[in-house]
Design a protein around this ligand. Structure first.
Ligand code: AMP
Length: 272
């Protein structure tokens, strides 16, 4: 991959990378399409990264279907599919981790110890392999996007990071590879996340700026759905991910919740 990237770069062509864990859906494919507008060569990486899963998490059951994924990525405009194995990425002697500090403390960082160190480490490695000029990440994983922007800035990677809008089902459910785990009843309950975001968003649109009131609206809506166990419902400054009491600058309303055994996340940015 590095040799190929070097050969492309010397011609002056631009490389875009779209990192994914596979089980590609329309959300991933929208990222590839955005990448295709940005560069001459589009690398889709498909790698279920073990270092970003906790010991009690779903690494073993995470959906894997490489063959279909490569075909779907190419149909959406990817020119290279990079699908390394775990052994290639992490040798027995592996010992280097990249850690972003403040931004990884709230939200998913609070309950998924080590998750973001795994993410930043693998993304740094994927950047090292694919040598992109630009990389596309979805706002679906909002905290991941701001953490990666910070890493790229702090470590002088010189790679442009583009955030892409969340792709949703018609009824509002954010597309996720993990949605395939949901039973029919759970699929219905999963709607609670986007509905709770809408409840907060509507109140904000009506002029409400008090964070507590906006959170109450979102939490009350989420509580209406059976089989949903919230991990967090938070409203934080969209840039710093720090707590605020009133929304004066753009703020991210973010939810993580278990629907049955499946942990889902969703968010919307208020005031931008
Ligand atoms: P994943 O395979 O879940 O690690 O996701 C790979 C990339 O696709 C990440 O940048 C995600 O934020 C992005 N992504 C996942 N779901 C969606 C979605 N519904 N809409 C837009 N981007 C998404």
């Amino acid at each position: 991959m590095r040799r190929r990237a070097d050969a492309l770069r010397v011609t002056g062509d631009r490389i875009a990378v779209v990192p994914t864990m596979g089980a590609l859906h329309a959300g991933h494919l929208s990222l590839i399409r955005i990448a295709a507008e940005q560069a001459d060569h589009i690398v889709a990486t498909i790698f279920v990264n073990p270092t970003q899963f906790g010991p009690a998490e779903d690494l073993d059951t995470y959906p894997r279907r490489n063959k279909e994924d490569v075909a779907a990525a190419e149909a959406a405009g990817a020119t290279i599919a990079f699908c390394p194995s775990s052994d290639e990425m992490y040798s027995d002697s592996y010992q280097t981790y990249v850690e972003v500090r403040e931004l990884t403390r709230p939200l998913c960082g609070a309950t998924r110890a080590g998750h973001f160190a795994g993410v930043t480490t693998v993304v740094a490695k994927l950047f090292g392999c694919t040598k992109p000029h630009v990389a596309i990440f979805g706002e679906k994983d909002y905290q991941q996007l701001v953490v990666i922007r910070q890493m790229v800035h702090d470590l002088d990677f010189g790679i442009e990071i583009i955030g892409a809008p969340i792709v949703r089902e018609e009824d509002g459910l954010a597309l996720s590879s993990r949605n395939t785990h949901l039973s029919a009843k759970e699929r219905n309950s999963a709607l609670g996340l986007s509905r709770a975001l809408e409840a907060g968003g509507q109140l904000f649109a009506a002029g409400e700026r008090r964070v507590q009131t906006l959170l109450d609206a979102a939490r009350t809506e989420l509580a209406k759905y059976e089989r949903v166990r919230p991990d967090y419902v938070e409203l934080l400054d969209a840039v710093t991910l720090k707590s605020v009491e009133t929304v004066e600058d753009p703020a991210v309303l973010a939810i993580a919740a278990f629907v049955g055994e499946t942990r889902l996340i969703d968010n919307c940015v208020l005031g931008r």
